[in-house]
Design a protein around this ligand. Structure first.
Ligand code: A2P
Length: 283
């Protein structure tokens, strides 16, 4: 597994995408305005950024929140999973750049010191409370769907509740694995959770459109059994395993159907189960 070099500048962004209008406008009551602390461009399709966290902002690791910019004098917001853990003093997000996407074509230009809009009420189903107790927790993600899991794998509660955590990330291209690779490398160095994670976090990376060691969609790799061999675990068993899924609509649909075939029941906040799903941000 290689960790790929990032683009430090906006070199990967198309030059003709729309710019950000002045953000010094009255903020509606459901939102706060936060300051961008850092931005990192991973590929010409992906970037991550960190912003200030209001003291009153409480969330459970894995939840999402509305985030955006003033555009045409009005808030333009999309749902974003918080990628940082709930103990972090800052908030981190991982985003796609859609060239003609109303929000991300603009948001990709943010720089430290810029202002963004943040919702006050995080929510979502990719939370530990929506799962019944189990031994092994599988996090299946594609593309930016790794974001809620970036939060959960940095939360000590995940390791209190599960013995083994398998984080699976599938992308089209190798460079898109960079965010997850750096994240997992940083976790093992972290004084707070490095020890907890030791030997209990299995990171599975696969690519579908370039030559790479682990190739193919997560659904195909699970169906063929290849996935279980790669991560050194027995096939899914609803008595022992729990599954969280985050990706595109098509990916969710196929992975959920597969979980149902293995005998897992979908969980929610009100009614915990053996698997939970959430759509990754897309425009
Ligand atoms: P593929 O390259 O075969 O389309 P995207 O950026 O389109 O969301 O894709 C991210 C990753 O998710 C890609 O590797 C893609 O594979 C994979 N993918 C797309 N659709 C599905 C699906 N229905 N089930 C599983 N994986 C999928």
């Amino acid at each position: 597994m290689t960790t790929l070099a990032m683009h430090d500048t906006h070199a990967g962004s198309p030059v003709d995408t729309p710019s950000i209008e002045p953000q010094d406008q009255p903020v509606p009551g459901a939102l706060t305005q936060e300051t961008v602390i850092s931005v990192r461009h991973w590929t010409d399709r992906l970037f991550s950024f960190r912003v200030t966290r209001p003291q009153s902002f409480r969330f459970r690791s894995g939840e999402f929140v509305m985030l955006g910019l003033f555009n045409g004098g009005k808030p333009l917001l999309r749902a974003y999973s918080v990628a940082s853990p709930s103990w972090d003093e800052e908030l981190e997000f991982f985003s796609i750049k859609v060239p003609d996407g109303p929000l991300t074509s603009r948001l990709q230009h943010i720089e430290p010191g810029d202002k963004i809009l943040l919702g006050k009420k995080p929510t979502g189903t990719l939370i530990l409370d929506a799962l019944t107790p189990g031994k092994t927790l599988y996090m299946l993600s594609t593309g930016t769907g790794i974001a809620p899991f970036a939060s959960l794998i940095r939360d000590p509660e995940t390791y209190d509740k599960f013995e083994t955590i398998v984080l699976s990330h599938t992308c089209r291209e190798i460079a898109e694995l960079g965010y997850g690779n750096d994240l997992v490398a940083a976790i093992s160095e972290d004084p707070l959770i490095g020890e907890l994670v030791d030997g209990r976090l299995i990171h599975d990376t696969a690519v579908t459109r370039e030559k790479y060691g682990r190739a193919g969609r997560i659904t195909s790799r699970i169906e063929s059994g290849q996935f279980f061999g790669d991560v050194g675990q027995p096939p899914f068993d609803p008595a022992r395993d729990r599954v969280m899924i985050c990706g595109s609509m098509a990916m969710l649909k196929d992975c959920a159907a597969m979980c149902e075939d293995f005998g897992f029941r979908e969980g929610s906040n009100a009614n915990p189960g053996e698997y939970v799903i959430e759509k990754a941000f897309a425009e």
